[in-house]
Design a binder for this molecule. Structure first.
Ligand SMILES: [Cu+2]
Length: 425
């Protein structure tokens, strides 16, 4: 559930690895703000800098800044983190400021920003500002535009945000390893005029994926396609929080993909338009209605719609393997195979052996099978009508009449009796 921000600020901001005051602190660099919680944080209204309507980062947060001489200063600390993937599973990842993905950076078109990057990792890194037209020397590509940021070093990037939009940041040093470990975050540049392109709800998240063997904690970073944790902001269902809207509100969802494959993201009950990419805003005359948007690797897609139908609407990747948690992929199809004789024999050796799949896999959602340490059921979650049987890249858009209801994750929608599927026999 949405909770108050739990920052470790000021005196309690932790410098890892050393009791000494780092050189960057002596140089007047503000300490990095840390986040311990993996839940969606209430966005903070900007107190300094140009005004904007803040975004809500799904299971994430936006980084506070300090203003110095009209420049907005952020401090990112690249570091090992422990991220809760969903209740019951944590992962040893690399990220920024206590979490993976790192915090969302929010600023306004035309603002000058200065980003300090401290490397608390055991190897060199950089940060590339994906999609932002920065001066070449600020582009963060190790070996091309700068030497790598060595462990223990703090570097400074500084540029003016030339246009509004939604962007990403990630390393461009040991790219495969560092992104497979979770190093990434979002950048939202708001329009100079805060009332232009205004929406009532504004969400942002990144699509990512990990290969974490059940019973272990650290991703296998050489995996190319066969991932088993398909996540949004390094969270999987039922750990991904719902999105909320009151009936009639205009909703924007900004979806970036830093995984190794494309993801067709599908919303039930509504149609939407793609209103922006990391290349810019789509002119109104060039938009068309959709219910699924394919987000390729390295792309950002911004969708907008009016929440005009009350209900609990599924919102998920349409690759059905991506709405599952960890599972074996080498399992033969047992549909129609009589497994009784085999089960009888195996139970003499393994008393609680269960045969699976002769009538489909749906029963797995209800089974509550014993699991190894630190993993999640393949299909899970309970709704008002029983097992949901999902995992991975799945959550709900909860649309409610403002007068009838507050917005709470645990509150399920009940529509009129005449509008529900019913059993005939
Ligand atoms: Cu997918």
């Amino acid at each position: 559930m949405v909770s108050r921000r739990k920052f470790l600020q000021g005196a309690s901001a932790v410098w890892l690895g050393s009791g000494a005051v780092p050189a960057s602190a002596r140089a007047g660099v503000p300490p990095p703000v840390m986040m311990r919680s993996a839940s969606t944080q209430v966005p903070l209204k900007p107190q300094t800098g140009r005004p904007f309507q803040p975004v809500v980062t799904l299971n994430g947060w936006s980084l506070p800044w300090t203003m110095r001489d009209g420049v907005k200063e952020f401090h990112l600390a690249a570091q090992p983190v422990v991220r809760e993937i969903a209740p019951g599973m944590t992962a040893n990842l690399w990220g920024y400021n206590g979490q993976s993905p790192g915090p969302t950076l929010e600023c306004v078109e035309g603002e000058r920003i200065r980003i300090f990057v401290t490397n608390q990792l055991p190897e060199a890194t950089t940060i590339h500002w994906h999609g932002i037209p920065v001066p070449n020397g600020m582009d963060g590509v190790a070996g091309v535009t700068q030497p790598p940021i060595e462990p223990g070093e703090t570097w400074q990037y500084e540029f003016v945000m030339p246009r509004s939009g939604t962007f990403m940041y990630h390393p461009h040093a040991d790219d495969m390893m560092q992104m497979a470990m979770g190093m990434m975050g979002c950048i939202v540049v708001h329009p100079r005029e805060p009332r232009s392109m205004k929406v009532d709800r504004d969400y942002v998240f990144l699509i990512n994926a990990y290969d974490i063997e059940p019973g272990s904690y650290t991703p296998r970073t050489n995996t190319m396609t066969d991932f088993n944790i398909w996540s949004w902001n390094s969270r999987v269902f039922p750990g991904i929080e719902p999105l909320f809207a009151h009936l009639g509100e205009r909703v924007r969802i900004r979806i970036g993909n830093l995984s190794m494959t494309n993801h067709p993201i599908h919303l039930h009950g509504h149609s939407f338009e793609v209103t922006g990419t990391d290349g810019g805003w789509v002119p109104k005359s060039a938009r068309w209605p959709e219910v699924t948007v394919d987000v390729a690797a390295g792309q950002m897609r911004v969708i907008e719609f009016v929440a005009d139908a009350p209900g609990d609407w599924a919102f998920h990747c349409h690759k059905s393997h991506h709405t599952m948690n960890a599972m074996g992929h080498q399992v033969p199809n047992m549909l129609g195979v009589d497994l009784q004789a085999t089960t009888d024999k195996l139970r003499k050796l393994v008393p609680d052996y269960m045969a699976m799949g002769e009538r489909g896999m749906g029963a797995m959602a209800d089974m509550g099978m014993p699991l190894p340490e630190n993993t999640l059921p393949m299909m899970t979650g309970q709704g008002p009508h029983g097992a949901i049987g999902m995992g991975g890249m799945f959550t709900l858009l909860k649309v409610r009449n403002r007068a009838a209801s507050g917005l709470a994750a645990e509150e399920w929608y009940t529509g009129p009796a005449g509008e529900r599927a019913r059993k005939l026999g």
